[in-house]
Write a protein that binds this ligand. Structure first.
Ligand SMILES: [Zn+2]
Ligand SMILES: [Zn+2]
Length: 539
């Protein structure tokens, strides 16, 4: 059981943190060549904490841990002022740098004055720190394995405890399913009670700990517990959630408060067998390897823009192709395609020539009219199923981007009597199910959409919905923007995975109602798109 940090102990910690910060200051003071920007940040009294928080963000988003994806966030309570905490501004956890860290009070208001780029769900953090003086660090993630338990009547067991579930729909919100008001945060903190973790129905998980070092291990452990229980249930035997339960009195004396504080002390990097430190040191090495051994101070500047709006759009579309084919998104394999309408000529759209999405460059992009004929004259290297795109743009003036994919998790729902339904906020656009297109009803000799007539039939089956399932084949997915389409495709695949996992648990499933689309956050900044642009190479 983790130790509680009492107020007097946090004074002890703060002294140590200041000594550490002073040490860093001393070192950088010696190096007279140090750039002024670094010297300035090193003077922050909680520099050590800020660097640990950056590392925690990047570790949790790493491929090895993958507890956080483009979404979610992690925070740490101040070591000098228990009424403040630190958290990143609205960027993806995998690209957080020290200049992104904000200091908030427990109302989740930035200490340095209001700013437009806070996470919308920042209240999760402030309200738990208010209610739980023992909590020093908090993470909010949307791990599919944990979301599956959040919508299932089968409880997630953590040793002898059952992880509680917060059902947001019992509380008045804006219908988005987000914890985006102080009142929602407070209600969630009340449901958490004395527990160290809580599932959020159809949404994610919140894990708390007495230090950031054990937090990273604990959330990883809870996700692994969910995976293990999935396996145990699918094997069909009986099982004990806590087979190493200790019933006899331990021989060793109770840990003293002085020993307990050691768990919250900065790991020395020398190992030596105390709790979560070994994991922290390992994951830290993995992420530092990617940034030349230094904790990043700021994100690298975005690459130079294109010379014309058309070139910029072609660049974005080429990059979107590669994102969809990347292991992080896993939407397209060697097949499938994505297109975007030309905003300067709504009767044209852009799409790649006949190559796989993972190798598309801006030079491969063709401009088509809505009959799917190349605007610059006929050519022999168009995708066979290009008509799906043109006919959908014709029928749906609101659609700006179209994806056709054969993602296995989604295809499964086109061949099964089980309806694809929303189980996570990102999949709420599915509503009461997506329409199904069965090509055999139109052309018994054809298996793919190779003619304008079949393209029109797909557009008709789509109607005014965001997507249409193609029986035994794949999906045609639409959105009102290219970056929105990428997130929607990602969320749809995640939803399909979670639904499959929840069904495999064997209990009753709580499906989500259709929710209003989320309003864009932070002045239209799309953190998933910006993140994927950074981590997935454009060429
Ligand atoms: Zn969330
Ligand atoms: Zn296809």
């Amino acid at each position: 059981m983790g130790a509680f940090i009492m107020p007097q102990l946090s004074t002890f910690l703060s002294t140590r943190a200041m000594l550490l910060a002073a040490g860093i200051l001393f070192l950088s003071g010696c190096a007279s060549q140090a750039p002024p920007a670094e010297a300035q940040t090193a003077t922050h009294p909680e520099q050590a904490l800020i660097e640990d928080l950056v590392l925690a963000n990047r570790m949790l988003a790493s491929r090895e841990l993958s507890v956080l994806d483009a979404f979610g966030h992690v925070s740490m309570r101040s070591r000098t002022n228990p009424n403040h905490y630190f958290i990143s501004r609205y960027v993806a956890p995998g690209m957080v740098a020290t200049s992104d860290i904000i200091e908030n009070d427990l109302e989740s208001k930035p200490v340095s004055g209001a700013r437009p780029d806070e996470y919308r769900e920042v209240y999760i953090h402030g309200e738990i720190y208010k209610a739980r003086p023992d909590v020093m660090s908090i993470v909010h993630s949307h791990s599919p394995e944990l979301v599956a338990f959040s919508v299932s009547s089968i409880p997630l067991r953590n040793g002898d405890n059952v992880v509680p579930i917060f059902d947001i729909r019992k509380f008045k919100g804006d219908g988005s399913g987000l914890i985006n008001t102080p009142a929602m945060g407070q209600a969630m903190a009340e449901s958490l009670g004395r527990s160290n973790s809580i599932l959020l129905l159809g949404h994610g998980v919140v894990v708390t700990s007495n230090s950031v070092y054990s937090l990273v291990s604990n959330v990883n452990g809870l996700r692994n517990t969910a995976r293990l229980q999935q396996m145990l249930i699918s094997m069909g035997g009986t099982w004990d959630p806590n087979p190493r339960r200790v019933t006899a009195q331990p021989n060793t004396p109770q840990t003293s408060p002085a020993q307990q504080t050691q768990q919250a002390v900065v790991p020395s990097g020398t190992g030596g067998g105390r709790g979560g430190e070994r994991g922290w040191e390992y994951w830290k090495q993995l992420v530092l390897k990617l940034t030349d051994g230094k904790v990043p101070v700021s994100s690298p500047p975005a690459p130079a823009g294109a010379s014309s709006p058309d070139d910029a759009l072609k660049q974005d579309l080429a990059h979107a192709n590669r994102m969809l084919a990347s292991p992080e998104l896993g939407i397209l394999d060697a097949f499938g395609h994505v297109s975007v309408r030309n905003p300067r000529n709504p009767n044209h759209y852009f799409i790649s020539r006949y190559i796989s999405a993972g190798v598309v460059t801006p030079n491969d992009i063709i401009e088509n009219d809505l009959d799917s004929q190349p605007a610059a004259g006929p050519r022999s290297d168009e995708y066979q199923e290009v008509y799906m795109h043109g006919e959908i743009y014709k029928a749906r003036p609101d659609v700006i981007a179209v994806l056709h994919a054969h993602t296995p998790e989604i295809v499964a729902f086109t061949q099964s009597s089980v309806t694809l339904r929303p189980v996570v906020n990102g999949g709420a656009f599915i509503g009461d199910g997506l329409p199904m297109f069965d090509i055999r009803k139109f052309d018994p000799r054809e298996t793919i959409i190779t003619s304008p007539a079949l393209g029109r039939a797909v557009a008709q089956a789509l109607g005014n919905r965001p997507a249409v399932l193609l029986k035994g084949h794949g999906i045609a997915l639409t959105d009102s923007s290219l970056n929105g389409l990428i997130s929607r495709a990602y969320n749809l695949r995640v939803n399909a995975r979670i639904q499959q996992q929840a069904i495999a648990l064997g209990g009753k499933i709580e499906y989500l109602p259709q929710q209003p689309a989320l309003p864009p956050a932070a002045a239209g900044f799309d953190r998933a798109w910006e993140y994927w642009k950074r981590i997935i190479p454009a060429n």
